[in-house]
Design a protein around this ligand. Sequence first.
Ligand code: AQP
Length: 332
Amino acid sequence: MTRIFSGVKPTGHLTLGNYLGAVRQWVAAEQAPDEALFCVVDLHALTVEHEPARVRRLSRQAATLLLAAGLDPQRCTLFVQSHVDEHTRLAYLLECTATDGELRRMIQYKEKAAKAQAAGDGVRLSLLTYPVLMAADILAYRTDEVPVGEDQRQHVELTRDLAVRFNQRYGHTFTVPEATHPAVAARVMDLQEPTSKMGKSDANGTGIVYLLDEPGAVRKKVMRAVTDSGDGGVVYDRESRPGVANLLDVLAACTGGDPVRLAADYTGYGALKRDVADAVVELLRPVRERHAELAADPAQVDKVLREGAGRARELARPVVDRAYEAIGLLAP
Ligand code: AQP
């Protein structure tokens, strides 16, 4: 049996990038007879400037959207990270396994630390250590596969290194997980800045399609997407034509086609943008409609999260207890 774990952090409203890069894979994964756990990783949202009430609101909204996207609590375990203490319990042991140097090499740390400094904010220590907490999220469940977007590749690599190191030093405790990525749209780019990832915490939302955007807003954002100058019609070239390549990736992900072959169907950017807008609107319509129904009954969502946390605790507790013993701590 393959066990799957993945998460989303409540730092903003979920985006098309989250959906195509991760959530859609999660919905597909829970159809298989695997054990699947999905988590709103709220502690990760505290690593940057945050507003407490907003994090709470976004945590419930993220859980509601995951259900609206098709996660079925009968087939998977959906929960909130801070409801299961095992994650932070294990994180400390992994901090004693990781080195300062390997955490400072993390690309996201470098980028976000630079951003915080430029904004005159202090860099939180947790921004440096959060990949270790992410490793704990994954390893606490003896996870085999982690379905994530391309941007999380380095963090899953770190998780693998920590699992191997811990196992070698203290005896076999953790499964060494693998990251899995979708074949297309593993890194959806910002529509206004196609060399940067579409990220939900970015302040300027004009290049970001949110899952809850109305069709009119989606169309406007797609039609205004930055495309590339140059002759030669519509070609798929991520290096020299990142804007067009991004639109072709999104279209391919929505329609199940191949981005290189799709390029041949177009002679101009206008028609391509219209088709992308239509495809994204249709993809998101059922998610938005189901979200509206579910959001009308937040108590039901909270119940799903409570039950999910109970199940997650049952799975994680023995693994983390085993790690405490293996590393040399006296049992209580
Ligand atoms: N643009 C994207 N394309 C493909 N996959 C993406 N993911 C995120 N953005 C894209 C994947 O979605 C999952 C959850 O992401 P997250 O909540 O960890 O990060 P985020 O949405 O990117 O949010 P932030 O706050 O803006 O974070 P940073 O700046 O850290 O990226 C993950 O599997 C992610 O790969």
